[in-house]
Design a protein around this ligand. Structure first.
Ligand code: NDP
Ligand code: PYC
Length: 341
């Protein structure tokens, strides 16, 4: 088992920003990407925290990211906006497009943002949470690389294809869920492989199509969808609405474009925002308050709400900092060993 190092969130941010600067990303991308990596570490989502710097480095050094990409925002219809990320990380697309999306949702009740031509490695909850904090109901979807077999098959065709949802709550943190349509995110299996830990049966198949508890074998073979045919249908939906519908890649196409580099997925993301007052006008607050009865009914029987664990981790990290595997920090520092020569 690795030793752990305790770091403040400022230390996490400094390490992240300096690594991204040394990778040659411009100021805009450094800032936008660092926000999500620090948020991942802060909220106890290690698979999308500092570990991602290793993947970022591989992706940038493989020439898959435009280091000085500038997002181009295009107002394509009354309630639709597109952002071309110019081959940069998706975070700059969200940053540029979200204010336009929110304004359109307020004006028309419902609006969509298509983020195109981006490299995507981040979790989606920071985006739906931000929109929900702004009073909007939000959905986000993105394909990834073809790593996941459809229910009943053994050949990867889907990405891990997350679906995220955010709901504003009067006077409290938004209700948010963000789930891969695979049983678990690929990053979780990567972390198991790095720790030499077995994975639970049901997460993946080995390259011969047999169930496996070996993380490396599942990474080399096929991951499985959650909920069998139901997750499979949702994964297909994500492929369609965040791929062809917005003129961007499917997970199969992204993996072909990767060409064996082992870099982060390339493609697009779809975000939909709804302003509750679009349907409800001045009665919106009264009806949102009724949503609270649902949350009370869940929590009241001892079940937890999605995002509760993250908010608790956040509250703790803001005070105590976070614990990070010492080996991970050493690997991040070693990324730049040659620079010192
Ligand atoms: P999990 O299975 O850990 O969690 C999925 C959701 O379920 C979370 O909202 C979580 O809330 C909630 N949850 C978990 N356990 C419970 C419980 N017992 N009761 C109620 N709610 C619960 O996440 P995944 O492995 O599916 O995905 C992890 C991340 O990976 C996501 O953030 C996703 O965006 C990211 N990802 C990104 C991809 C990309 O291409 N960019 C691809 C695939 C995944 P909580 O957070 O509070 O635990
Ligand atoms: O963990 O499945 C994953 C993932 C893919 C892209 C970013 N994260």
């Amino acid at each position: 088992m690795d030793g752990k190092i305790r770091m403040s969130l400022d230390e996490v941010r400094n390490l992240t920003e300096s690594a991204l600067v040394r990778l040659g990303l411009d100021e805009r991308q450094v800032a936008a990407v660092a926000v999500t990596i620090v948020a991942g570490e802060r909220d106890g989502c290690a698979a999308h925290g500092l570990y991602r710097l290793l993947v970022c480095a591989r992706t940038v050094r493989a020439g898959k990211v435009t280091r000085d990409a500038q997002p181009v925002v295009r107002d394509v219809a009354r309630a639709l906006v597109r952002v071309d990320c110019g081959g940069g990380f998706a975070q700059i697309g969200f940053e540029a497009g979200a204010p336009v999306l929110a304004a359109k949702a307020r004006e028309y009740g419902l609006a969509g943002l298509g983020i195109n031509n981006c490299v995507h490695f981040s979790a989606l909850w920071p985006e739906v949470e931000a929109l929900a904090r702004d009073g909007l109901v939000a959905f986000a979807f993105t394909p990834s690389h073809a790593w996941v077999a459809p229910a009943g098959g053994t050949t990867p065709i889907f990405g891990t294809n997350p679906i995220a949802f955010g709901w504003p709550r009067p006077g409290g943190d938004p209700f948010v869920f963000d789930l891969a349509t695979s049983v678990t995110a690929r990053g979780e299996i990567e972390l198991h492989r790095r720790e030499g830990q077995p994975i639970p049966l049901g997460w993946g198949l080995d390259p011969e199509g047999n169930p496996t508890t070996d993380a490396a074998q599942a990474l080399a073979g096929a991951m499985l969808t959650f909920g069998g045919h139901k997750g499979s249908a949702l994964a297909a939906m994500v492929e369609l609405i965040a791929g062809p519908l917005i003129g961007d890649m499917t997970s199969v196409e992204s993996l072909v474009a990767d060409g064996g580099a082992g870099a982060s997925p390339i493609g697009g993301e779809l975000i939909i925002a709804i302003d509750p007052s679009g349907f409800l006008g001045s009665a919106a607050a009264q009806h949102l308050a009724r949503g609270e009865q649902l949350f009370d009914g869940i929590a009241g029987q001892g079940a937890r709400l999605p995002s509760e664990r993250r908010y608790r981790a956040r509250a703790r990290s803001l005070v105590e900092g976070v614990e990070v595997p010492a080996r991970l920090i050493a690997e991040i520092e070693a990324l730049f060993d040659a620079d010192a020569d």
